[in-house]
Design a protein around this ligand. Structure first.
Ligand code: NAP
Length: 293
């Protein structure tokens, strides 16, 4: 298929590379040039990339970035072909998603929100999981592209429901990681070795995908960004905004948001969100470390 891929960050670049590898004709654009994967055609604007495309796929930072890429100067709206499908794999506001879909539908384009889970390793290995909102027939058209970048697609409902599901998923990831980090910090203060605790966790019902993924990074003290703290913080704000709109109370998340606020003030926003453990360690006067099994 002829695909335009817009946004070549931690996630977008390997996703576009996997589309090229699967034999699709891929035009790419990124706000900052020079990140094009081998075999992709570099475009000078989002509009130029979108002009000939059957599918326009985006993966950019946040709601403002998506709005800019779609409707800003030389944006997708100026050039998208009637009958094309615009897909967004960024994590953004569900209500803005519904608005953007309406504006693009007026131009004759279909819209699908398809945020992702699997982080950097999942994007590189083509093992992402997509949670999608959109018409069933449109998702069926996209299947070859989903298959090139991921291992599963879950249709959550109409446009906006992919983003809604993504916020619920990241809420659970943020709280699970916070529980893990607090448990490790207390255990270390009590004199239990972190790698021993991890072995125990993995043999019991406390085990989780979050612990599987983040545990080894924490033990190695590797906080290089897989999922940058600034992006999880952005998602926490999206969750709290949605909760406020619907009068839902999220007391655990409100507390975790304060941790992210302080971590940001302390200059950790470009590190992985796993770096939030450093604050707990500072307050406890310990450092969690160990050799991953
Ligand atoms: P990233 O490495 O920070 O990349 C962000 C991308 O957005 C870059 O290509 C950046 O362009 C572009 N961008 C930012 N502001 C823009 C603007 N105003 N106009 C146009 N482009 C703009 O982020 P990422 O990790 O790839 O994440 C991308 C999206 O996927 C986010 O919504 C994130 O929440 C979501 N996500 C990430 C992960 C993960 O583990 N990393 C997992 C699931 C979902 P420049 O290169 O010019 O800065």
């Amino acid at each position: 298929m002829r695909v335009a891929f817009l946004g070549l960050g931690i996630m977008g670049r390997p996703m576009a590379a996997n589309l090229v590898k699967a034999g699709h004709e891929v035009a790419v654009w990124n706000r900052t040039p020079g990140k094009e994967p081998d075999g992709a055609q570099a475009a000078s604007s989002a509009a130029e990339a979108a002009r000939e495309a059957e599918v326009v796929w985006m993966c950019v930072a946040d709601t403002a970035a998506v709005e800019q890429v779609l409707f800003g100067k030389s944006g997708v709206e100026e050039a998208v072909a009637s009958g094309a499908v615009v897909v967004d794999s960024s994590t953004i506001s569900p209500s803005a998603t519904v608005q953007y879909a309406g504006r693009l539908r007026a131009r004759g384009a279909e819209y699908v929100d398809a945020p992702i889970t699997g982080s950097k390793l999942g994007a590189e290995s083509g093992q992402l999981i997509f949670m999608a909102g959109g018409a069933e027939e449109t998702l069926a058209r996209l299947q070859p592209l989903f298959s090139a970048m991921g291992k599963a697609v879950f249709r959550m409902g109409d446009v906006g429901k992919g983003q809604s599901a993504k916020l619920a998923m990241n809420l659970m990831i943020a709280l699970t990681y916070q529980g893990f980090a607090e448990g490790l910090t207390l255990a270390t203060k009590l004199g239990v070795q972190a790698d021993k605790l991890l072995e125990l966790i993995n043999a019991t019902m406390v085990r989780s995908g979050v612990v599987d993924y983040k545990g080894p990074f924490v033990l190695r003290r590797d906080f290089s960004p897989n999922f940058p703290l600034r992006l999880m913080h952005k998602d926490i704000h999206l969750m709290l905004d949605a909760a406020r709109e619907l009068r839902v109370k999220l007391p655990g998340l409100e507390t975790v948001e304060e941790i992210y606020e302080i971590a940001t003030e302390e200059g950790q926003s470009d590190l992985d969100y796993a770096a939030t453990i450093a604050l707990l360690e500072k307050w406890a006067g310990v450092e969690v470390k160990g050799v991953p099994a």
